[in-house]
Design a protein. Sequence first.
Length: 112
Amino acid sequence: MLSNVDRELLEPVLDALGRPFGLVLTASEIGAYKPDPRCFEALHPGHRERHPDRHPSCCAQSRHHDIAPARASGMRTVWIRRRGRPGAVPPSAAVADFALDSLADLAKALGA
């Protein structure tokens, strides 16, 4: 998980969710805020060497802050159109691999 939120603010949320993420990084830990490419590079250092058949993925609402830089770093992307909102008009790089209307739709698509 990658968040622009401060770790102190994020901890109660992670506790409430049952800490489902294997990796949690915040902008303050990385030293950069999304959409800075360093944020997305920090998510998968050495990942391709250890798991050449698996690709990191990004699921997000912001095409500017998440989808475009995630795609640029080689990640697969899922754009969540919250309540059908289009979000900021993106550059062509911000076109996601998949688009869904909610995280519930993503869970259904993944068979959860």
